[in-house]
Design a protein around this ligand. Sequence first.
Ligand SMILES: [Mn+2]
Length: 300
Amino acid sequence: MINIVFGLDDAYSKFCAVTIASILTHHKQTSPQDKIHFFFLAGNISGENQKKLLELRDIQDFDYTFINNIDNSIFKDIPIIGWNNYALCYRLLIPEILPDDVKKAIYLDCDIIVNIDIKDLWDIDIENYLLAAVSMNASTKHEGFEDSYFNSGVIVFNNCALREFNFEKKWRDYAANLPKETVLTFPDQDVLNYTVGKNALLLPQKYNIIDENIGNAKGIIHYAGRKPWGILCAHPLKNLYFKYAKMTPYKKDFRFIRMRSFFKMISKNPFFFFKKHYLRIIKNFILLKIGFIKNSNSVD
Ligand SMILES: [Mn+2]
């Protein structure tokens, strides 16, 4: 069994469906051990969205478990300022919340396209590590980490080792002891990095491609900066995303998604694009379109 975990809510189920469509398109099941089992960690996900996710079995059959009604109070010490919900912290629960016999699990964000057979990642031996992940590029330095600070969008969890390590107690202690008014730029990612430290196996970049300049899309593409469904998105691999979006039961939701998000912004504030943040996006969009710059380095 290849175990893959997502943390999501109703708003993210359509994006999760796109990631799943990409996984199932590329995975070749050659033996019963290669069958995929998806675990959906959700605060509350409607029956309708559960049904839609399961319709993806038309692409390739898979096993599944919904773990619903996660109690967010366990995350109360993690400052998530600037991020609007706790679903991003659900990955911290993986070693404890999955059944005991799930010894290893791949966690994936819902802003990801898997453009290879996920078995490539699954087969990497992580026996001697707590987890495996891809380090952030050198532009984002974190004190005490040199280049070993990893991105939390793609993680292979060694659940056996993490349980032995007392991972849950350790991250909860870390969060509880944060000085008051601490702001974590990437809450779950910081908690993971500071708790696991150097017991992480650093994987080749192709398992978490964030850099938009990487032309070769053979790997796991993580739209960590610009979301393909965002307004004015000029990500070079935007079309690849919509190829998989069209394969999901949510394809209608994706048809006008960028236009809809534009109108939503207008209805909230007709002059939203005068805000600094959007002026920067628009400026980068125009510069990109006329070929003046290759990439905007915003990963937020
Ligand atoms: Mn992400």
